[in-house]
Design a binder for this molecule. Structure first.
Ligand SMILES: C[S@@+](CC[C@H](N)C(=O)[O-])C[C@H]1O[C@@H](n2cnc3c(N)ncnc32)[C@H](O)[C@@H]1O
Length: 213
């Protein structure tokens, strides 16, 4: 007898389904809201635009985007949330019933289930370092983005942030650890133009029970 080993995406799906069942999808809003709101301001979203939230988790950031793009003179903006965890997607759908301009799709960054040249803006919050083949994910992102589209990847776990590195061994799935300069080079290699890195200060107050630095 032989068991088939899970693929990288199946491992991610299992692990993040576990997170979702433990309520981590919703809890992450508390930790990521400040930096996400600041990033969304940089995105220059306009009513009527089409946005992708890749690795959308429980969908709180997808809803932030959906409110901004909703109704505009050029039509109704639309947001698509994609996540490899079907349980995150189920929870995101449940919490977004009041929105008629959001679609959540279960799928992987390795093969984004969407048509080409579609999205004006892409946001991805604390998700990109999990993608098994980041080059392939970038090729997929490039494919689904509209000409002149803009992408915003929020990455807190990276080489130049020594405090973040404690997570590498605590997480139960492999992650990439690149430097800011390596990320810039990777994006340029995959045909992205005007690539820049910005440090977004996180003003979330440290909880009283926080154990680490
Ligand atoms: C740390 S959580 C962040 C979730 C959400 N963006 C937030 O800030 O609350 C990482 C998310 O990325 C998703 N993810 C990981 N690998 C993925 C992949 N290959 N394709 C799509 N989503 C993925 C996970 O399922 C999880 O929901």
């Amino acid at each position: 007898m032989a068991d088939k080993l899970p693929t990288s995406d199946e491992r991610l799906q299992n692990e993040f389904n576990r997170w979702a069942n433990e309520g981590e999808g919703e809890k992450m809003e508390r930790n990521h809201l400040d930096i996400t709101e600041k990033t969304i301001r940089l995105m220059g979203l306009r009513p009527g635009e089409r946005a992708l939230d890749l690795g959308c988790g429980a969908g709180w950031s997808t809803r932030l985007l959906a409110r901004i793009v909703a109704e505009g003179p050029e039509g109704f903006g639309q947001v698509v949330g994609v996540d490899v965890s079907d349980e995150m997607i189920r929870r995101a759908r449940e919490a977004s019933k009041d929105f008629d301009n959001i679609l959540y799709v279960w799928g992987s960054a390795q093969q984004i289930p969407w048509e080409e040249n579609f999205f004006d803006k892409v946001l991805s919050v604390e998700s990109f370092y999990y993608y098994p083949d980041q080059g392939r994910a970038l090729a997929e992102l490039f494919r689904v983005m509209a000409p002149h589209g803009r992408m915003f990847l929020l990455i807190n776990l990276y080489k130049d942030n020594p405090y973040s590195l404690q997570w590498v061994h605590q997480l139960k799935v492999p992650v990439h650890v690149r430097s800011e300069a390596e990320y810039i080079e990777l994006l340029r290699k995959h045909a992205f133009e005007n690539v820049e890195a910005r440090r977004i200060p996180d003003d979330t107050p440290t909880p009283d029970d926080y154990q680490t630095k």
